[in-house]
Design a protein around this ligand. Structure first.
Ligand SMILES: [Zn+2]
Length: 309
């Protein structure tokens, strides 16, 4: 039973809306990867954890994020239906198990690229703030279990460009948010951005303080991304099943900044974390946003801890 609960926890890292479906897929049943074609050579693979992007370049395929444990091979099988080119590179947007665990099922020759803080986080695979279960079993480190296979081979700090021309991929880091290593992955020729879980969808973010996440910084990091990355028509989020736009990203930055100010003002007014969590309502202008009380409470606590420092 504990094992089932742990899996459920892994799977619900990013999006609240997909909790039940993802839980059922993860707990048993066939591992179904659903493909959405975004461009002739770019696909979004849904199911089994975070959204995966498959970018078919001239000489090989880049995969962004590899889902929950056991989903690496289903991703590889699905890619074979899309292209006969080899997978040469994985980019992980951040350290969470529902985005990196499939790495261990890819050939050991595949390059793995991440932001440098994520490389450190992937060595530890620390429990996730807001999801770790007091008294539960310690988190399993899937990379230790696989003798380090799938760990990063190449890192960047603030920006790195891979390949050129139609194959170009730009990687950015704009500061802390969901974790302290959230990579932004841009395919400039296709005008597509994969934002990972720093923008997981229209949902209260998971602020994973254990892995460097920050409720004080997330709004600024999102704004910096929206201001810096140009010429994007399509945004893949960490977990939403439909793609979004840069206008959605800008709105999400504002949503997070307003949440920070709600917490800051409430704490200054002498309110407790529990009272603020109970009081919070998503402002009406953010229609369709979800903010479960447990997530909100965890985020209020993370921000309160940060403001105390
Ligand atoms: Zn995540």
């Amino acid at each position: 039973m504990k094992r089932t609960l742990l899996l459920g926890g892994l799977i619900t890292l990013g999006g609240l809306s997909m909790t039940v479906a993802a839980y059922q897929q993860g707990a048993a049943g066939p591992k179904v990867v659903e493909v959405e074609k975004l461009r002739d050579n770019l696909f979004m693979l849904k199911g089994g954890g975070g959204n995966t992007a498959v970018f078919v370049g001239s000489n090989g395929i880049t995969v962004v994020d590899t889902k929950n444990p056991g989903w690496g091979q289903p991703i590889l099988d699905k890619i074979k239906e899309l292209s006969n080119k080899p997978v040469t590179r994985i980019i992980n947007t951040h350290t969470h198990g529902d985005h990196v665990s499939g790495n261990v099922e890819f050939p050991a020759t595949v390059d793995v690229v991440v932001q440098e803080n994520t490389a450190s986080n992937m060595k530890r695979m620390a429990p996730v703030t807001g999801l770790s279960q007091p008294g539960g079993p310690p988190a399993q480190n899937i990379f230790d279990q696989n003798k380090g296979r799938g760990l990063p081979k190449k890192t960047f700090k603030d920006k790195m460009t891979l390949d050129s021309g139609p194959d170009q991929i730009d990687l950015y880091y704009f500061g802390r948010g969901h974790t302290n290593g959230d990579a932004w992955v841009v395919f400039p020729a296709l005008r597509v951005l994969h934002a990972g879980d720093i923008f997981s969808g229209k949902v209260a973010p998971l602020l994973d303080a254990n892995n460097g996440g920050s409720g004080v910084e997330i709004g600024n990091s999102l704004t910096k991304a929206a201001d810096t990355i140009k010429n994007i028509d399509t945004v893949i989020t960490g977990h939403a099943t439909t793609t979004m736009t840069m206008a959605d990203l800008r709105e999400y930055a504002q949503f997070n900044k307003e949440f920070l100010e709600f917490v800051r003002a409430g704490l200054q007014g002498g309110k407790t974390v529990d009272a603020l969590a109970a009081e919070y309502k998503v402002p009406a202008k953010y229609s369709g946003y979800q903010a479960a009380e447990a997530r909100v409470k965890s985020n209020v606590q993370v921000i309160a801890n940060e403001l105390k420092k």
